[in-house]
Design a protein around this ligand. Structure first.
Ligand code: AP5
Ligand code: ZN
Length: 218
């Protein structure tokens, strides 16, 4: 299974990716997680990405495309992968198409912007594992601690309300056009293009996982 999870910041891509990847036994390729790891490690990529990410803007297409091409060349991607937060511009999508990267599905998770601010302000993460919580909607067993390791949870630097609003603007302008891009391609070249599916991301986490798996044919 090779798929793209498409959706606004805070739509629940990372949350659902964990379940879908477990089900299909495929790696989760989250460009956001990869960039945050690079920032933390202080690599040249991280130094370049840090300020851009904190502002809510997008990192340059060239950097991201190279990062993803290197990642999908690794052996664990041979039988499939899930893209979370990539592609998020038309040039990124074109680069995958030009490179002949075969995809089975594009799954859009749709959540109204009005719900997103609350989701982001309550988000807590465990960066080492990628586990994601919410203080109200998906709380850890012990406040502020990861369920598996007991380590501290963090709040992301880009989850300030003002930055979230900027990220939603960036999504509308640069990423939302991918919905039409993939829907049009699926219609024009069925069998070649990935199948396009959209689900509502409003409801409980388990309910949305069921919707996602049903949309992927299970
Ligand atoms: P990235 O890390 O990709 O962030 P994003 O797309 O903004 O998405 P989020 O991770 O914020 O949200 P999510 O959809 O994963 O939601 P989550 O599951 O966490 O990118 C960060 C930055 O990196 C970008 O701004 C950019 O600068 C750069 N970048 C990354 N990729 C790039 C690319 N390809 N090109 C250029 N730049 C790139 O859920 C959110 C919260 O809601 C959590 O607290 C969760 O517990 C809660 N929640 C989840 N589901 C539900 C539910 N059903 N009900 C209630 N709450 C829920
Ligand atoms: Zn995410």
């Amino acid at each position: 299974m090779r798929l793209i999870l498409l959706g606004a910041p805070g739509a629940g891509k990372g949350t659902q990716a964990a379940f879908i990847c477990r089900k299909y036994n495929i790696p989760q390729i989250s460009t956001g997680d990869m960039l945050r790891a690079a920032v933390k490690a202080g690599t040249p990529l991280g130094l370049e990405a840090k300020a851009v990410m904190a502002s809510g803007a997008l990192v340059s297409d060239d950097l991201i495309i190279n990062l993803v091409k290197e990642r999908i060349a690794l052996s664990d991607c041979a039988s499939g992968f899930l893209f979370d937060g990539f592609p998020r511009t038309i040039p990124q999508a074109d680069a995958m198409r030009a490179a002949g990267v075969k995809l089975d599905y594009v799954l859009e998770i749709d959540v109204p912007f009005a719900d997103i601010i609350e989701r982001m302000s309550g988000r807590r993460s465990h960066p080492a594992s990628g586990r994601i919580y919410h203080v109200k909607f998906n709380p850890p067993k012990v406040e502020g601690k990861d369920d598996e390791t007991g380590e501290d949870l963090i709040q992301r630097d880009d989850d300030l309300e003002e930055t979230v609003r900027k990220r939603l603007d960036v999504y509308s302008q640069q990423t939302r056009p991918l919905v039409d891009y993939y829907a049009a391609w699926a219609e024009a070249e069925p069998g070649v293009a990935p199948k396009y599916r959209a689900i509502s991301g409003v409801g409980g986490v388990d309910e949305i996982t069921q919707r996602a798996l049903a949309a992927l044919g299970d």
